[in-house]
Design a protein around this ligand. Structure first.
Ligand code: PLP
Length: 455
């Protein structure tokens, strides 16, 4: 295995990673001893930024109820919650009349989006989306868009589909900013231009984009943005749906309850309810102030570090990873939009002859590396990338080598970000090279559908 000599080799050349919790955690190896844990599963949930943790720790003694208490700490917590909303608004470059609604996650945000669509809305979604973007539209007329082979084709497919869209009818295109499987960046601004020309709106699934790239609603032109705190270094159960106020204002509340209601009176056999306007309309129940504050803290940290340096560093890590994997003949890196498509730090791959679950298990047990294996909640996309049929069984926990020519049913995904040291990606490349060449040093078995080391 060789890494190209022109690639930066030290943290000094790359710049230091941002401090994250867990960077000094060591994990046991089945082969004996301990190593520092290499967290390469940022796309699932990133580690906590130390600055986010410090902010949360400083606030927690002052924790109180939000929008429902007269006491000092309730007032303080309410102020902090609303200030957090303003921080997110600035972070996203929202238009003056956009709403910022705190949710539980991207999944929650996109389900909220589906719940507030005006009657008769037609939704357009690529079949390659994450399930959180693919599945919430069950009560809506849905057009599934086929998988594109390039960024340019993605725009063409949207244009073709929307050519027949009745501009009098509400329309919504849901598109990801960066794929959680390939890391590839989708041409969001171009898709938005096409959608708007046809009279449709765009909701951006920014779950994998926000931690890696600046997301500016004004610049991209999108109408709504959805993302999660736990993928951007703030894992305290908060997400965001931000965007145009009208559909949010006119819809029934996403959740019914306290906080969303202004006035409730007995009427007839039930109640007459005057619902709140603005974000409170869709934030029923006691808000998650710790989560919102943590998410806002992460926004501040990324902004103050500057995306220019974060992107430059991540791209250097990505080049290093891709070059290292390319030098291993048995490895195939998955790509939908072509090798030239820009990516964030998310790389999925398969290794010839290996069941991906077995490989991921050996990376963890023998090398202390945490990656994800599976279909990454994007089953149609992963099947398409692996060339597998929809009716092929997806079970993947067996440790046996694949038969010659047998296709893996799932993949391994390594993902990284602002807290990743060079050593983690180098260890990954070296470990994959060693496993591909020499095989596993330990014995594995299947337990509850997963491949685990025999102990
Ligand atoms: N969209 C994408 C692209 C994702 O990668 C994910 C999570 O992996 C989601 C949506 C759902 O995010 P969450 O699990 O935070 O709701």
């Amino acid at each position: 295995m060789s890494v190209q000599p022109s690639l930066p080799t030290t943290e000094v050349e790359l710049g230091d990673p941002l401090p994250v919790l867990g960077s000094d955690v060591t994990v046991p190896l089945v082969t004996g001893g301990e190593v520092p844990y290499a967290a390469l599963d940022y796309a699932a949930s990133s580690p906590v930024l130390a600055s986010v943790w410090n902010d949360v720790a400083s606030y927690v003694p002052y924790y109180g109820s939000v929008h429902r208490g007269a006491g000092y700490l309730s007032q303080l917590s309410t102020d902090l919650f609303e200030q957090s909303r303003e921080t997110v608004r600035e972070f996203l470059g929202c238009r003056a009349d956009d709403e910022v609604v705190f949710t539980r996650s991207t999944t929650d945000s996109l389900n909220m989006m589906a719940a507030v669509l005006p009657a008769g809305t037609k939704v357009y979604v690529f079949e390659t989306e994450h399930h959180a973007a693919l599945l919430p539209w069950r009560d809506t007329e849905l057009t599934l868009l086929r998988a594109p082979g390039t960024r340019h084709e993605a725009v063409e497919i949207v244009a073709e589909a929307l050519a027949g869209h009745d501009p009098e009818r509400p329309g919504l295109v849901c598109v990801t900013g960066a794929s959680n499987v390939t890391g590839e960046l989708w041409p969001v601004a171009e898709i938005t231009e096409v959608a708007h020309a046809a009279g449709a709106r765009v909701v951006l699934d920014a779950a994998q984009l926000v931690p890696h790239r600046p997301v500016d609603i004004g610049e991209l032109g999108v109408d709504y943005v959805a993302f999660s705190g736990h993928k951007m270094y703030a894992p305290f159960g908060t997400g965001v749906l931000a965007g145009r106020a009208d559909w949010l204002r006119e819809a029934e509340p996403y959740l019914a309850g306290g906080g969303a209601s202004r006035r409730v009176v007995r009427g007839g056999d039930g109640f007459c309810v005057e619902w709140q306007h603005g974000s409170a309309r869709h934030e029923a129940g006691s808000p998650n102030v710790v989560g919102a504050y943590a998410l806002a803290s992460a926004c501040r940290a990324l902004r103050s570090q500057g995306f220019a340096s974060l992107v430059a560093r991540e791209e250097a890590l990505l080049r290093r990873t891709l070059a290292g994997l390319a030098a291993i003949p048995q490895v195939k890196v998955l790509s939908l939009l072509g090798d030239c498509a820009p990516r964030v730090g998310v790389v999925s791959f398969v290794v010839e002859g290996w069941n991906s679950s077995h490989l991921a298990s050996a990376l963890s047990a023998e090398h202390g590396i945490g990656v994800r294996d599976g279909m990454f909640c994007a089953h149609p996309l992963v099947r398409a990338l692996l060339g597998n049929a929809p009716d092929q069984p997806d079970e993947c926990g067996a440790p046996e080598p694949l038969a010659p020519g047998e296709r893996p049913v799932n993949a391994v995904r390594a993902s990284f970000g602002a807290g990743t040291p060079v050593e983690h990606v180098d260890r990954l490349v070296a470990a994959v090279a060693r496993l591909a060449r020499d095989g596993a040093r330990w014995t594995y078995r299947t337990e509850a559908g997963r491949c685990v080391p025999v102990r």
